[in-house]
Design a protein around this ligand. Structure first.
Ligand SMILES: NC(=O)C1=CN([C@@H]2O[C@H](COP(=O)(O)OP(=O)(O)OC[C@H]3O[C@@H](n4cnc5c(N)ncnc54)[C@H](O)[C@@H]3O)[C@@H](O)[C@H]2O)C=CC1
Ligand SMILES: CC(=O)C(=O)O
Ligand SMILES: [Mg+2]
Length: 619
């Protein structure tokens, strides 16, 4: 290049730069401050890439554009949004290179999530057809990883957010949701997400995951589900310090202040959608029981961790009795050690005690004597009546001191000591402590008096399982029953036999409980309806299956089992005179249905993903 032409180029490029600089300056000083006129509001703006600013919408804009409640409460700048995006992108590159936390699963979640954002019909068609393969992606275990990385993964908003800062506004905010009909809400306050602790606002991922299953397995119409996060702060110090955290950066509300937020939320959603069903999910135990007692007789609600888990565990425990070649009625003779005295563990114990009492004659004496079948171990060891400040929910299961002494046990005895002395039929873990059923504990279980001991390692996600099926089968041999909360592969025992790994997860019940309640039109969810759901699941497995150690159906059959569970719930609601009907099926018509007709009624009301023909009509 000649020196002349080089000079010309330099000159023209500096001119262009100066000119560009001018253009940019004039653009930012005039255009940047001039408002853009939009002819849209609410979700339509968030779904429009031209106008969407995501979490950067200011509070005044959110009010002006009916966006309040549709976004996480923390307002971000564009720079912060980019920082969050880049951090996520870098983490993804790192994961793909070093493979720390199953990058494939997270990559699959992203691909499925993008499809979910683009085309719900296609998304659910894919999910239903491949439910066994993708339930572990949209639900446990991957959903746990998603919640842990939520601020990086957040793209298009989904669901609603009510925060402590919205007090006094919730009754009007619910109208920002575009659907006039909502059948199912799953709500969390993010305080105990799976076994991962307080994840604050990021817990919305679990509400989304559960509702994915409602649509895929119970056929609830996806236009009528609503995931909700109630952000009352977080006690997770890492999130409190994270400049990119999407939730309120203050400690959790407590006491009356906390209750008043939840009360306001319940009033607001039931005032707009009087027929909605609200599933409480992953609330820390401290509030799970209190809120359940507070609302269960006045609202259509249930707590999945307390009641759904209990039903699944009862079905599994009855399956384990059958697998021993005994009739279910022998259940009250089972010795059961439970590790974990939180919402899930106590929920299971209460339901198991009631089931035993019913089998023993359903009187006070039976209820009292059933309690001696349980040993409850928490982080401080065996719970006895000697324990100071014992949680009132755990108190009914505290062992009497003298009785424990006769068994060679004492207050605070370790899990291994308890297993050694009790020689239980069942060892059930809902402790959120991965590996709690150590080699020593499993060795101790060899002394079980059962012909076929059962191990339920129910904590989620995978890394929190109390033990793996490989560990259980390798130490105890093939003559055991094994179930885990998150999915594991069956174990090849090397002798031509397979060690079956059951998935013992409330996913087998909550969709059917919700669907059955909806279609029965029951105003509450009674103990009887929950019991009917559990018994239906227990009876679903054939003798042949339980003898092979298969006590829960495979996830590929979950849509069918959900239909049966829903029918059982409806039948019970009719028998208890709670059913008020649904749409054209009024209470009188419902009462006329045979068992078979109830199942058909359920099937006919399950949404299936098919493209409808669309026509345009002006408002
Ligand atoms: N498979 C399923 O369907 C379900 C599984 N879960 C799982 O159950 C676990 C617990 O849930 P929550 O009861 O709500 O939690 P939580 O945090 O309220 O309770 C955990 C309990 O485990 C006890 N614990 C802690 N360390 C222990 C140790 N070393 N030995 C014995 N106990 C110990 C604690 O003292 C506490 O009582 C979670 O991992 C959750 O994912 C919960 C619901 C359903
Ligand atoms: C499965 C479930 O609800 C939990 O782990 O919390
Ligand atoms: Mg849960």
């Amino acid at each position: 290049m000649s020196s002349f032409s080089r000079q010309m180029r330099l000159c023209s490029s500096s001119l262009i730069k100066r000119f560009q600089h001018k253009i940019t300056r004039s653009f930012t000083t005039t255009e940047g401050h001039r408002p853009s006129i939009v002819h849209k509001r609410s979700l339509d703006i968030l779904h429009d890439p031209w106008f969407n600013k995501g979490t950067a919408f200011s509070m005044t804009e959110r009010d002006r554009l009916d966006l309040r409640g549709l976004l996480p409460p923390n307002v971000m700048s564009l720079e912060q949004q980019i920082e969050r995006f880049m951090e996520d992108l870098k983490r993804f590159e790192l994961n793909a290179r070093d493979g720390p936390s199953d990058p494939n699963a997270l990559a699959m979640w992203r691909i499925l999530n993008r499809l979910h954002d683009r085309n719900e019909t296609m998304y659910y068609k894919v999910l239903i057809a491949n439910i066994a393969e993708y339930a572990p992606i949209v639900y446990t275990p991957t959903v746990g990883l998603v919640c842990q990385n939520y601020s990086g993964l957040f793209r298009r908003t989904r669901g609603m957010y009510f925060s402590a800062a919205d007090r006094g506004e919730m009754m009007s905010m619910v109208y920002n949701w575009p659907a006039d009909q909502v059948d199912m809400i799953v709500v969390t306050d993010g305080s105990r997400i799976l076994g991962l602790g307080d994840l604050g606002l990021h817990g919305i991922g679990i509400a989304i995951g559960k509702l994915n299953l409602y649509v895929a397995t119970a056929g609830i119409n996806p236009q009528r589900v609503l995931p909700i996060m109630i952000d009352v702060g977080t006690n997770n110090e890492k999130l409190l310090k994270d400049p990119l955290y999407l939730g309120l950066q203050e400690h959790r509300l407590d006491g009356e202040e906390y209750i008043s937020v939840i009360d306001e939320f319940m009033e607001a959603v039931f005032s707009r959608w009087p027929n909605v069903i609200v599933q409480f999910e992953d609330f820390q135990s401290k509030w799970a029981f209190k809120l359940l007692q507070r609302y269960r007789n006045s609202y259509r609600m249930f707590n999945d961790d307390v009641q759904g888990t209990a039903g699944v565990a009862i079905a599994g425990l009855l399956g384990a009795v059958r697998a021993q070649g005994k009739p279910m009625i022998d259940f009250p003779k089972q010795k059961i050690v439970v590790a974990g005295a939180g919402s899930a563990g106590i929920g299971v114990l209460n339901a198991a005690r009631k089931t035993m009492a019913r089998m023993l004659g359903n009187n006070e004496y039976a209820f009292e004597s059933a309690r001696s079948q349980f040993w409850l171990v928490d982080a401080k060891g065996l719970i006895t009546e000697e324990r100071e400040n014992v949680d009132p929910d755990a108190l009914p299961f505290a062992r009497k001191v003298k009785e424990a002494g006769r068994q060679g046990l004492r207050e605070g005895a370790s899990l291994v000591e308890v297993v050694r002395q009790v020689k239980p039929d069942v060892l059930l873990g809902l402790s959120a402590v991965g590996g709690l059923f150590s080699k020593e504990v499993l060795e101790a279980l060899k002394c079980s008096t059962s012909t076929r001991p059962a191990i339920f390692a129910m904590s989620n996600p995978t890394k929190n399982a109390e033990c793996t099926p490989d560990e259980a089968f390798s130490i105890l041999g093939e003559n055991i029953i094994f179930a885990s909360g998150s999915p594991f592969r069956d174990v090849d025992l090397g002798n031509g036999h397979i060690g079956h790994c059951n998935q013992g997860n409330n996913m087998y019940l909550f969709p059917g409980i919700g669907l059955g309640t909806l279609l029965s039109g029951s105003r509450i969810i009674s103990d009887g309806m929950l019991q009917a759901a559990a018994e239906c699941l227990a009876a679903y497995m054939t003798e042949e299956e339980v003898h092979k150690g298969i006590i829960f159906p495979s996830t590929s059959r979950i849509r069918d089992i959900t239909k049966e569970v829903a029918a059982a719930v409806i039948k019970e609601a009719i028998e208890e005179d709670l059913a008020e009907g649904y749409r054209e099926m009024d209470a009188r018509e419902l009462r006329k249905l045979t068992q078979e007709e109830i199942v058909t009624y359920v099937k006919d009301n399950m949404w299936s993903p098919e493209y409808p023909t669309l026509v345009y009509k002006k408002d």
